[in-house]
Design a protein around this ligand. Structure first.
Ligand SMILES: [Zn+2]
Length: 386
């Protein structure tokens, strides 16, 4: 069966990556059966993962981001030893990029708990909040908004069409296979000249995104541009530094769809090369982990740093995960939980006899993050960085 590029509709032929195992890890750190195939589009540079057959079931049963409590948010970054939560950072970036006049109508599309809009609303009480999600399982959180929001479940309210100033979307489009329908729906909701503001992961800055099973789309700046132009947006601006390992994108509703200008061959060739490098990285990393494991002394006391995707990947790659005693993480919401029946602990609680730590963090910033943790530097620990 041939696959079509979600961004430019070209036919995708040969995968650039195939997972070695017949299972893959999701963003919720659960395993789904099936091999991951990632394709590179030679026309627009989009990277696309073939949708696994069990994904629908996964979304209906497992996929609930931070639904436990209002504060149960993901850590964006550790700054001076303190966690900065993702929604706080997202709200700050949004306010730096958009002016939000009194009466401005803002919809969070696929909002879940809508923590970012909630924080923005607290500082700009004059805006009109709109919330839409596919499910109503977050409704209790919506009821706690500082100002009653307009809400819709399943489908956006048709009365909202053409009335919104801004539509927001945080970490949603990477999961969507029918981007044409999703983006057209969003444009229909916007006023002429209204802005679509969204955040999606940047696999080129966080290589985990390349193999995570439920991310179908791995955008590049180029593929974002092609997608938005083709579906009726102009004034596209893409910020690759405001939010770590993500693209912060703004585009204006231009009112008409048009043929996009396809990227130059040299840009496609460069991104194709980088995609091939990411593929090689993941093919080689299991061997690297097992090589480290094979060289561990008999009495080694092993910990895994991190409790997210990379940590799970390490645990799955080890021949004998029972050698790992603890997982270490700075996110207070993960501490005192369990992974593989092992406790997740704060760095300061690391047992004194720990001799080896395998670092399950984004390899781009892992060394820096570990160096910043004083209690780990004082110990004679051997680290493995991915
Ligand atoms: Zn394409």
């Amino acid at each position: 069966m041939s696959l079509t590029c979600n961004v430019c509709r070209a036919t995708l032929t040969q995968p650039v990556y195939e997972s070695p195992e017949n299972h893959s890890i999701t963003t919720m750190n659960t395993l789904v059966q099936g091999r991951t195939h990632v394709y590179f589009c030679d026309d627009c540079s989009h990277l696309q993962t073939d949708e696994l057959p069990n994904l629908a079931e996964y979304y209906s049963t497992e996929y609930t981001i931070n639904a436990n409590s209002e504060d149960d948010d993901q850590v964006y970054k550790i700054i001076d030893g303190r966690p900065v939560f993702r929604a706080d950072h997202q709200a700050a970036v949004l306010q730096s990029k958009l002016t939000l006049p009194e009466g401005c109508r803002i919809l969070d599309y696929g909002c879940a708990k809508a923590p970012t809009l909630r924080k923005v609303l607290a500082l700009h009480p004059g805006i009109e909040p709109y919330l839409f999600d596919l499910t109503d399982k977050y409704r209790t959180f919506w009821q706690q908004f500082p100002k009653p929001p307009h809400t819709a479940v399943g489908e956006p309210n048709r009365e909202w069409d053409g009335t919104l100033d801004v539509v927001l979307s945080f970490y949603a489009l990477e999961h969507v296979s029918d981007l044409d329908t999703a983006i057209r729906n969003i444009r229909r909701l916007l006023k002429p000249g209204g802005f679509f503001y969204f955040i999606v992961p940047n696999a080129y800055q966080n290589i985990a995104d390349f193999i995570v099973a439920d991310h179908i789309n791995h955008f590049s700046e180029t593929s974002i541009q092609v997608l938005l132009e083709r579906l009726g947006f102009d004034q596209v601006s893409i910020d690759t530094s405001a939010h770590e390992a993500a693209y912060v994108v703004m585009a204006r509703n231009a009112g008409v769809e048009r043929a996009p200008s396809l990227p130059a061959n040299s840009i496609i060739a460069d991104l194709g090369k980088r995609a091939a490098e990411m593929s090689s990285y993941w093919k080689g990393i299991v061997e690297k982990i097992q090589h480290f494991e094979d060289a561990l002394p008999e009495d080694a006391r092993v910990a895994i740093y991190g409790a997210g995707f990379y940590a799970n990947f390490i645990a799955l790659s080890l021949r004998d995960v029972s050698r790992v005693g603890v997982f270490i993480d700075q996110n207070p919401h993960l501490q005192n939980t369990y992974l593989y029946d092992r406790p997740v602990i704060a760095p300061s609680a690391l047992p004194g006899n720990t001799s080896h730590v395998i670092v399950g963090l984004n390899p781009r910033t892992a060394q820096f993050s570990i160096n910043a943790i004083g209690v780990l530097q004082l110990r004679p620990i051997e680290f493995l960085f991915l």
